[in-house]
Design a protein around this ligand. Structure first.
Ligand code: FMN
Length: 202
């Protein structure tokens, strides 16, 4: 059986981005494994704008009553949701910027977390509608926060994924990348070993 993985990168540093290097390592390991196909999307190149009221309104308008402009706006979200649903695993390569996620990645989540499409509100609270998927987070950070209250990024990402029903999430941390060369090399080596193990198990 084929497993389809969607890799989303979001570093603004292009080929110098460490999270991009982790994504590249994921690709490298995946190439050596049978039955794993990859789609790679660079969310920085994608240039998704901030979510605005007209785009939100385009989702709320019945599909057959949308203006041309609304059809174009709704297509952004429709296409990204369709792409997510076509894959079994979503791999998020995530730099930490200012204790959070890059706004480019947030713009992707803003289109994919859509009431009535990927989750719904029930009397028991929100319920995810994206079933049978798992996620892998590859995160690169200058400092070290994993397992502490300062790591607001991991719960935020898991919360957004969980809202739509993706609750099986593995996280690979490459931390302390600004804490000296030796530390950085050790962290990247450890992260790459963790990625190899993860790809093996997908
Ligand atoms: C604009 C900016 C903000 C950053 N903010 C943080 C931060 O809040 N905490 C941290 O540990 N590192 C921070 N860093 C360091 C990055 O997490 C680190 O350089 C990491 O490698 C970024 O991933 P990337 O190389 O894939 O872009 C920041 C870097 C930049 C460029």
């Amino acid at each position: 059986m084929t497993t389809r993985a969607l890799i989303l990168t979001s570093s603004i540093l292009g080929e110098h981005g460490q999270s991009n290097a982790l994504a590249e390592h994921f690709r490298h390991e995946a190439a050596a494994r049978d039955g794993l196909t990859l789609t790679v999307r660079d969310l920085v190149a994608e240039e998704l704008p901030h979510l605005t009221q007209p785009e939100l309104a385009s989702w709320q308008a019945p599909a057959d009553e949308r203006s041309d402009e609304q059809r174009a706006l709704a297509a952004r979200s429709d296409d990204l949701i369709r792409e997510l649903k076509e894959h079994d695993v979503v791999v998020l390569a995530v730099p930490m910027y200012n204790l959070g996620v890059p706004s480019q990645l947030k713009a992707w989540f803003d289109r994919v977390l859509r009431a009535g499409e990927t989750f719904r509100y029930t009397e028991n609270g929100p319920e995810g509608l994206v079933e049978g998927k798992r996620a892998v987070i590859l995160t690169a950070r200058g400092g070290q926060y994993a397992g502490t209250a300062m790591d607001s990024q991991t719960p935020h990402l898991k919360g957004m994924l969980g809202l739509i029903g993706i609750t099986e999430v593995d996280v690979v941390f490459a931390e302390g990348l600004a804490m000296g060369e030796a530390h950085r090399e050790a962290a990247l080596t450890e992260a790459k070993q963790a990625i190899a193990g993860l790809v093996e198990r997908l």
